[in-house]
Structures are given as C-alpha cells and as structure tokens.
Design a protein around this ligand. Sequence first.
Ligand code: ADP
Ligand code: 5GP
Length: 187
Amino acid sequence: MEKGLLIILSGPSGVGKGTVRKKILEKGDLNLFYSVSMTTRGMRPGEENGREYYFVSKEEFQKNIESGNLLEWAEFVGNYYGTPKDKVEEMREQGKDVLLEIEVKGTMTVLSKCPDAISIFLVPPSLEALESRIRGRSTETEEVIQQRLAEAKSELPMQSKYGHVVVNDDLDRAADEIREIILSARK
Ligand code: ADP
Ligand code: 5GP
C-alpha cells in the first residue's frame, strides 16, 4: 500500500485555518486524517480534550519532548504546541493522508524531517481582515490579541518557504483551492 501524504496547513493565528480545515473535512470524501496536537494553552469555551487538542500541563509536555514523542513542537505566544508522532506514522502507514495544522517554526522542523510534505500557507486578504477575524472570534484577551498580531507580522514573510500560498478571502473558494492541492498531490 502506498504511504499517505503529509499535509501541513499553516498561517497566522485568526486567518481561518480551523474554519477552512473543517470545511475541507466536511464532505468526508478525502482520505484525510486530522492530527490532533498537544498544547499547554488553556481550553477555550466549547473545546474538548482530545478533539481540538490534547490539553496538558507544561510538565507533561516536557516529558513528551524528552521521550521523543513529538514529530515537532514549538512555543507560540507563551504556550507549547506539538504534534504527537506515533499517530501520524500509523495513519500514513495505513495509507491515510495526514493533515497537520501548525505554526511556522513547527512547519520548518517538519519540512526538514519530511521534505516531501505538502505545505500550504493560508494568508488573510489584509492585515485589517486578520485583526477583525481574531477579534471577532472573542477567544483571547486584548494582550494576547496584540501578541498574536505581532507574531503574524513576523510569520507572514515566511510564506515564501511554503509550497503553496492560499488566500482565505472567501471560505468556500479557499477550501476548494486546498482540496484541489490535496487531490492533485494524490494523483
Ligand atoms: P485560526 O484557526 O487560523 O486561528 P479560525 O478558524 O479560528 O482561525 O478563524 C478565525 C475567525 O475568522 C473565526 O471567527 C472564523 O469564523 C473567521 N473566518 C474564517 N475564515 C473566514 C473567511 N473566509 N471570511 C471571513 N471570516 C472567516
Ligand atoms: P491556537 O492557540 O490558536 O489554537 O493555536 C496557536 C498556533 O499554534 C496556531 O498557529 C496553530 O496552528 C499552532 N499549532 C497548533 N498545533 C500545533 C502543533 O502541534 N505544532 C505547532 N508547531 N504549532 C501548532
């Protein structure tokens, strides 16, 4: 059996990665497994342990780093985020494509380990749109919003390191473009 693809969806906080990902997976016609990450950040209202993330303490996260359980990990605005390795490998071995939704530093680690991964950077139509999306989500304090917007400004130039850049202007259009990227990589 052919090994599944590794697909990275990245882009600044608030650009719409989670929303686009749900849209892509909605139809259920792609042979795609979403890799749930591990994080030390607090749970947002409506989130569930094991669905959005595995929510762990800093100590537990550190243990996972030391045990070599993470394919990659990074610190983002004061919290740690990482990709559990075993599940990614298991799914790919079973022929399933695996989707990682991760930030820029983690992407660089994955690309150095797996140069054939398909990398997609989602960009906002403008910085104003990014700010209004992150505010509209109402999940972060003003301080964290400012930190995430500052991080976005340093992440955006990194789009040149990605195989594909997709503008998240219209949700359906952006999701279709990403579906096409995945489908053509499958061929
Ligand atoms: P991320 O996962 O990149 O942090 P989210 O998926 O949480 O971003 O989206 C941030 C906010 O932007 C959400 O409120 C979402 O509904 C909104 N959003 C996502 N895509 C679009 C779009 N194409 N047009 C307008 N708003 C969008
Ligand atoms: P949030 O707190 O908004 O859920 O995520 C913050 C940032 O961390 C986002 O850019 C998100 O894509 C990224 N992220 C989520 N999971 C991982 C992961 O496993 N590894 C890395 N490097 N980044 C992640």
